[in-house]
Design a protein around this ligand. Structure first.
Ligand SMILES: Cc1ncc(C[n+]2csc(CCOP(=O)(O)OP(=O)(O)O)c2C)c(N)n1
Length: 379
């Protein structure tokens, strides 16, 4: 069981809080990115909250997850602190990866979050590797690899699921079928009715669940977890969901229309879960409003924390990169630290960062050009 039990009232309220936190975090991240405060790219999870939270609700706290480029929701679902996540998005030293990873590389191994990453399909190999370590050490854990519908056709995903199946490893693969890989609809990417049908190729069970319904996701992943811990190998769980925002912030979305987006919003995972809790007498409208206000205050505080935090210093550039620094890299790190002008030059560009009128820090060196921001996904 997770650190919250979705089979209890308190656990369901915590699940709702996490879904609201994901939405508030990503809405704020989108706004702050548009304001130029956040460098790089952000891929928002809004609309998909039931998948991340439903999955993590079915896991034990020390189970592992390996994420995707759209990973903020997975982090919050696994219990990471939005404050340090936001600091990471801002490139600040207090962030989960000391500001060197950004939106697509948040990791907290102690919390079982092995990392988001910008390589489509890289979650499953990480999960298979973690599952091999669990199996080897005979531990009672599982490793979940998240992947998108686009990633299902990726070569390394095939390798990862094939090995996990062949070796009966305690892995679960959760496909977030949000209907598009960038601008390509799922039916133009794959020749199967359900992406879970691909499980047949590995001789493992494949389930398709309603990814807008947290309960359905939790049940599917709980079944998969049980199989995995019983030594029966991996399961592929496809959660049918939808991303409300573009592939990345700035995506003009010529590939879909408002009516389609609205059809999915009518099945919003937060609204429907809220209504269910109200129907069960576990929540009132007033309590919901209070919860929403608390979550919004938490995210506002996270933004303030991130804005005020320090960036890593130039002499720390090579820290945290390797478990053991390779000698050929150590040479560069030592030279960089010793260069009298090295830190200065970079600090100079930092100190020329202008304070925007709303207090946000704008650094031309850190944020890239406006052209890059609007010109497409450059990963
Ligand atoms: C190996 C690799 N190929 C291509 C890309 C470019 N790329 C970034 S996101 C993306 C689409 C991924 O779609 P999907 O797996 O469905 O995830 P979603 O964005 O829908 O969450 C692509 C092709 C990449 N980052 N990595």
């Amino acid at each position: 069981m997770a650190d919250f039990d979705i089979h209890s009232t308190a656990g369901r309220l915590e699940a709702l809080r996490r879904m609201l936190t994901i939405r508030a975090f990503d809405e704020e991240a989108g706004d702050r990115f548009a304001d130029g405060e956040i460098p790089g790219f952000v891929h928002l999870y809004i609309g998909e909250e039931a998948v991340g939270v439903g999955t993590c609700a079915a896991l034990d706290p020390d189970d592992y997850i390996a994420s995707t480029h759209r990973g903020h929701g997975h982090c919050i679902a696994k219990g990471l602190d939005p404050k340090y996540m936001m600091a990471e998005l801002y490139g600040k030293a207090e962030g989960y990866c000391n500001g060197k990873g950004g939106s697509m590389h948040i990791a907290d191994v102690d919390a079982g979050m092995l990392g988001a990453n910008g390589i489509v399909g890289a979650g499953p190999p990480m999960a298979t590797g973690a599952a091999l370590s669990i199996d080897y050490q005979d531990r009672d854990q599982v490793a979940v690899g998240f992947l998108g519908d686009g990633a299902v056709a990726q070569g390394q995903v095939h390798e990862a699921i094939n090995l996990a199946s062949t070796w009966d490893l305690p892995a679960v693969f959760v496909v977030e079928n949000n209907q598009y890989g960038e601008g390509t609809p799922v039916e133009k990417q794959h020749n199967v009715d359900n992406l879970s049908d691909t499980a047949q190729a590995y001789d493992i069970p494949g389930l398709t669940v309603d990814g807008m319904d947290i309960t359905a996701v939790e049940e599917g992943v709980a079944e998969a977890r049980e199989r995995a811990t019983a030594g029966e190998g991996p399961t592929l769980v496809e959660a049918e969901t939808y991303r409300y925002r573009g592939h990345y912030e700035g995506d003009e979305e010529p590939y879909r229309d408002d009516a389609e987006i609205q059809r999915w919003k009518d099945r919003d995972p937060i609204d429907s879960f809220k209504e269910r809790l109200i129907d069960r007498g576990e929540l009132t409208e007033e309590e919901f409003d209070d919860l929403q206000a608390e979550v919004e205050a938490e995210i506002e505080a996270a933004v303030e924390y991130a804005q005020e935090a320090d960036r890593p210093t130039p002499d720390e550039a090579y820290d945290d990169m390797f478990a053991e620094m390779p000698p050929e890299i150590e040479r560069f790190a030592t030279a960089a630290r010793a260069r009298p002008d090295g830190g200065e030059r970079i600090s100079d560009s930092r100190s020329s960062s202008a304070q925007s009128s709303d207090g946000g820090e704008r650094s031309s060196s850190a944020h890239g050009s406006d052209d890059g921001r609007q010109g497409g996904d450059r990963r």
